[in-house]
Write a protein that binds this ligand. Structure first.
Ligand code: F6R
Length: 541
């Protein structure tokens, strides 16, 4: 089976329409097998437009639809005859006498089915069959069963199909419980088959189709014996989905990513860090379960502050009540999903490496400038944690002997000079020492000092602010140079709130570092953590 994965429903519909159009151009009197349901509507729209533009001519085309509810009259809006008239036949120059749909009004279903089968044969057989796929793997209305009917027949619809199709009816009890449908071998006799699948509700069955063998409990797997089937699906139907959880001091962010690193859903809840560790994790688990009900999640990846003991899989963090907390185990127990965990700065680096600025690099080093300085080392697109799980603590490399004391117990740590907190302290000290400066006045007016204050004062031409900034860049550059000298990565990525300054930070930094190793600002910013966390699960497959 050939597989074409499209970005979305529209692209899937356009690609399918091109294939159908080629068939009609190649053989103007071809026989098409058609499907109903929501999936082929976009395909029919495209065909109608192509016909209107004169690109394809339906005048000699013959069609056979896969199925029809039973009993139902053709003028019932829910009948497949009505559907086809509305979505295709009334919009193109097709001869209606050449369009065939099983007769839902027949008193004798058995002879109607035999007649339908005969008519397909007499027409020369189907050149190109369009199929949708049910969530339970049905094609046409060939429902999962121990024995599949080969030819056109009357069948009972399963509860799953009635439920899925009830969206087209006022109430579920209005959905007919039976249908006339082409059988598996009627379908397999077609010369060529296009199977369409769109949206995340089809993801599970597409996985079964592509991964599992041939099984009557997933009737679509029968298509694997056919030599010319192309599955055209969108990313949502094709791709596995992974949940990334980024635990922070104030909020926990959640993101669902697909196999192509696109974020398909985002959410967040407050962390409530005054609660015990188990309570925090229970809240996270409840949210994960809610998300897993909406998306076919394969695994959960978690980025957390603190240090992870990879032997015991426990987390200890200073700014959260995690003291050897078995976060991954608790989450796994509560959700039943596999859970992977790593430090949040490492996850952000991984996210940037797979989906951000580092997408073209194997080895990157990410520096997060915030209250402290975090580091994430990616080697060969994988997180390097070191033997004890805490590699990359670059905020604590010493850049000044007998320098400022740090909470870690040492002196002169880089984060005491180059973190955003350090920049704020340097800004405050300079304003204090230069009470008449523009910088001091900006602080007086704003009543607050943050990472942006120095930039604001520089904009107003303040030489004091410029001096603070130049010194800050000196400090930042020392650390970045050290990192480059030790790791020589393909790329250094700077993230954290201050990186919003963009080129105003980057250009002087690059100049001061004076290396040919590229230095860039994080492209993903706050999303890097959830993408990286989700990638932990994706990489573990
Ligand atoms: C309809 C048909 C069905 C649908 C299937 C998917 O003629 O044969 O097998 O293709 O139920 O329906 P949608 O596209 O609505 O998800």
């Amino acid at each position: 089976m050939r597989v074409i994965v499209c970005n979305d429903y529209d692209e899937m519909s356009r690609k399918a329409a091109k294939l159908v159009a080629s068939q009609i151009v190649l053989k103007p009197d071809c026989v098409l097998g058609l499907a109903t349901g929501s999936t082929p509507i976009g395909l029919y729209d495209n065909l109608a437009q192509m016909n209107k533009r004169g690109e394809i001519d339906f005048s000699e085309v013959t069609t056979f639809n896969l199925d029809e509810y039973y009993p139902i009259s053709p003028d019932n809006e829910q009948s497949y005859r009505y559907f086809m008239e509305h979505h295709l036949f009334n919009r193109v120059n097709i001869n209606k006498n050449r369009t065939h749909i099983p007769d839902g009004t027949t008193k004798d279903p058995e002879s109607e089915c035999a007649k339908y089968e005969r008519m397909i044969e007499e027409s020369g057989g189907i050149d190109l069959q369009i199929l949708g796929i049910g969530q339970n793997g049905h094609i046409g209305f060939n429902e999962p069963d121990n024995n599949l009917n080969t030819v056109t027949h009357l069948t009972n619809l399963t509860e799953n199909t009635i439920e899925a199709n009830s969206r087209f009816f006022e109430k579920k009890s209005d959905v007919p419980t039976r249908a006339l449908t082409m059988g598996i071998s009627s379908i397999l006799k077609s010369r060529k088959i296009i199977l369409l699948a769109s949206g995340r509700t089809k993801h599970k069955v597409v996985r079964e189709l592509l991964n599992d063998g041939i099984n009557t409990s997933v009737p679509a797997t029968m298509l694997k014996v056919h030599p010319d089937v192309v599955l055209i699906c969108d990313k949502e139907a094709y791709s596995d989905m992974y949940l990334g959880v980024d635990i922070g001091g104030t909020s926990v962010k959640f993101g669902v990513i697909d196999g192509f690193n696109n974020i398909v859903f985002k959410d967040s809840i407050p962390t409530h860090k005054d609660m015990p560790a188990k309570g925090i994790v229970d809240n996270i688990a409840a949210q994960c379960l809610k998300i897993a009900q909406r998306f076919p999640i394969s695994s959960i990846g978690v980025g957390t502050p603190g240090i992870i003991d990879f032997d015991t899989k426990t987390v200890s963090a200073t700014n959260l009540p995690f003291d050897k907390a078995p976060v991954a185990l608790w989450l796994k127990e509560a959700t039943g999903l596999n859970v992977y965990i790593n430090n949040d700065a490492n996850c952000a680096a991984l996210g940037e490496a797979v989906a951000g600025e580092g997408a073209g690099e194997n080895d990157i080093f990410m520096i997060t400038l915030g209250t402290g300085i975090g580091g994430g080392i990616i080697i060969d697109k994988k997180i390097y944690t070191g033997k004890h799980g805490d590699a990359g603590e670059i905020g604590h490399m010493c850049i000044e002997t007998d320098g400022l004391p740090c909470a870690c117990g040492n002196r002169g740590c880089w984060e005491k000079y180059a973190s955003v907190s350090a920049l704020i302290a340097q800004t405050e000290a300079a304003a204090e020492a230069n009470k008449d400066s523009i910088l001091a006045n900006v602080i007086k007016d704003d009543c607050v000092v943050d990472g942006k204050t120095v930039f604001k004062a520089m904009n107003m031409g303040c030489p004091v602010a410029q001096k603070v900034f130049d010194k800050y860049i000196d400090y930042l550059a020392i650390g970045v140079r050290n990192i480059i000298n030790i790791f020589r990565p393909g790329l250094v990525v700077i993230s954290g709130g201050i990186s919003e300054a963009g080129d105003r930070l980057l250009k002087p930094l690059i100049q001061k570092v004076g290396s040919d190793t590229p230095i860039k600002i994080s492209r993903l910013q706050n999303d890097a953590g959830i993408i990286g966390a989700a990638t932990l699960g994706k990489n573990a497959k």
